[in-house]
Design a protein around this ligand. Structure first.
Ligand code: F6P
Length: 537
């Protein structure tokens, strides 16, 4: 596509300019930030200028983002490698008519949502209880999309959490379930088995362990289990009563499933009303994404800034840095959302991708990250575009001074990344400390910050259920736009299959039931070492 070459040429022609110098032109911030419904996205501290932005918007247009967006919202089967529609947006719709194979899916969504609300309310009120009385604890067993979303959101909405305690178990490592179940009472614990397929080995192994744990003290353990799954035959075989099974269709991808039954744990934690607010926030973002011009469209702009940094400037990673302790699981959640969606080397038509795939996403909350990896971000040889997220206001009025410090740190980081510190400035600092000669030069060089490092900031009023819904839907649509531009199917995940198959074949080798003769030398040696330890050698 010509626009890619135009973008690269534009970048090459302008790369000598500093980001800071772009602010010499009046109106930089106004032109390179957007607001929608209480969210402010500032991308002025990047090297994107008018020319780059218009090329990027043109790229979105010629890639067919608008037509593909409509196809997604109207239930076309845009997940072409699996022959499925992509309708997580229907899970947060207040109503309407969205058809898959001629059938309106909305009535089913609303019915399931109402059943979830009834169940969640009954668990919260004690009307539905365990053998020992009102539920004090809920253990959600799931992995990937059946864990990361609800676990992230439950933590994010801690100020609204007035239901039973929520625990999330994902890892097949026995340590996870062991440590979680210790100290909680099986007689007052509800176990939710969350698995779209109900075949995922980690989840099913943990579910069986939880059932055995409960069976030791509860006469009818299955009565304290609920399931969130598309596979109702399998939930029935596990012994879970259909009244406690909440299903969803194949048009909801695992990593997009938080809005429906997979969000049951969150709904029990914060209550159906706050959960409805969360859905409203997601729906508001859907409306914005569907209706706003590309040039004012937040998901489109986030995607284009990402494309600029990754595919045009060539920065392979992006740091997500929420200055919001309650969003500490957001980077992990986004790793699945972005990397499972757009980490692909083949385009929709089976050809090799013409560009790099989506970025490596990583991060930790600020200010903690500042005392860990920011050293590399500021002075390392590689440039890491940073994405800051921060609320204008915290939830703790009595601790407003903490929030001021948090905000000051967040804004200072993006300023420091852009501005840097020159050798001259560093020399002055060293001279003021009394150094001179060769030692002054040596010490000053260590204190230089190259600056000119790009970042964006997403600021929101306060992390309410509505705002969380907006933010998560914003990221979902950003991934979608990026996938369309790269020509990727963002909704399959074939790359996770090979490891699963090999793990299945290796288990009997580890237990000694198979000889593993077909395995490579390294794998055989690692198996032998583990076996020798187990056998006490
Ligand atoms: O990691 C692969 C994957 O299929 C994810 O896409 C999904 O979120 C996760 O496994 C869990 O799947 P399930 O909900 O079917 O247990």
């Amino acid at each position: 596509m010509d626009i890619w070459s135009d973008l690269k040429a534009h970048h090459a022609a302008k790369s000598g300019r500093s980001i800071l110098s772009l602010f010499d032109a009046p109106g930089r911030v106004e032109a390179f930030s957007r607001q929608s419904d209480g969210l402010l996205f500032d991308f002025s501290k990047t090297r994107i200028d008018e020319g780059a932005l218009s090329l990027l918007l043109e790229l979105a247009r010629v890639s067919g983002v608008e037509a593909r967006r409509e196809a997604m919202f109207t239930g076309e089967k845009i997940n072409e490698t699996e022959g499925r529609a992509v309708l997580h947006t229907a899970l947060r719709a207040p109503g309407g008519d969205v058809r898959v194979d001629g059938q309106n899916v909305i009535p089913g969504v609303l019915e399931t949502r109402a059943r979830m609300a009834q169940f969640a309310q009954a668990v919260r009120s004690g009307e539905i209880a365990g053998s020992g009385g009102r539920y004090t604890d809920v253990v959600n067993i799931g992995i990937g999309g059946s864990d990361l979303g609800p676990a992230m959101a439950t933590l994010a909405l801690a100020p609204y959490h007035d239901g039973p305690r929520l625990h999330y178990v994902s890892n097949v490592d026995g340590a996870h379930i062991n440590d979680t179940l210790q100290g909680i009472d099986p007689k007052t614990t509800l176990v939710i088995v969350a698995s779209k397929t109900f075949t995922t080995i980690e989840t099913m192994t943990n579910a069986e362990t939880a059932r055995a744990w409960m069976a030791a003290e509860v006469a009818d353990p299955a009565s304290q289990f609920a399931a969130l799954s598309s596979a109702t035959d399998k939930t029935a075989a596990f012994g879970i009563d259909p009244s406690r099974v909440f299903g969803f269709e194949d048009w909801v991808g695992g990593r997009y499933s938080l809005w429906g039954p997979i969000g049951l744990g969150l709904m029990i934690a914060v209550g159906p009303e706050d959960f409805a607010e969360f859905l409203s926030g997601g729906h508001a973002m859907d409306t914005h994404f569907r209706e706003a011009d590309l040039a004012d469209n937040l998901p489109v702009l986030l995607a284009l800034v990402g494309i600029w940094h990754n595919q045009v400037e060539g920065h392979a990673t992006r740091a997500v840095l929420p200055y919001d302790q309650r969003l500490s699981r957001l980077p992990a959640y986004l790793q699945q959302l972005e990397m499972e969606s757009n980490g692909k080397r083949v385009a929709m038509d089976g050809s090799d991708l013409a560009t790099d795939s989506g970025p490596i996403v990583w991060g930790e909350p600020g200010t903690n990250g500042q005392h860990a990896f920011y050293q590399l971000i500021h002075q390392g040889t590689r440039v890491v575009p940073c994405e800051f997220l921060v609320a204008a206001e915290g939830h703790e009025p009595g601790l407003a001074h903490h929030h001021r410090l948090l905000l000051a740190n967040c804004l200072a980081q993006s300023e420091a990344l852009m501005r840097g510190r020159s050798l001259e400035e560093a020399r002055e600092i060293m001279a003021a400390k009394g150094l001179d000669g060769a030692e002054l030069d040596r010490q000053a060089r260590h204190r230089v910050f190259p600056g000119n490092r790009p970042s964006t900031t997403l600021m929101y009023r306060k992390l309410t259920p509505f705002v969380l819904g907006q933010i998560i839907a914003l990221y979902e649509h950003r991934v979608f736009v990026e996938g369309v531009i790269l020509g990727i199917n963002s909704f399959d995940q074939w790359g996770v299959e090979l490891g699963k198959e090999l793990a299945k074949a290796l288990e009997p080798v580890l237990s000694g039931d198979a000889d593993g003769a077909d395995k490579d030398g390294s794998t055989r040696a690692l198996v032998a070492f583990a076996q020798s330890v187990r056998n006490g050698a």
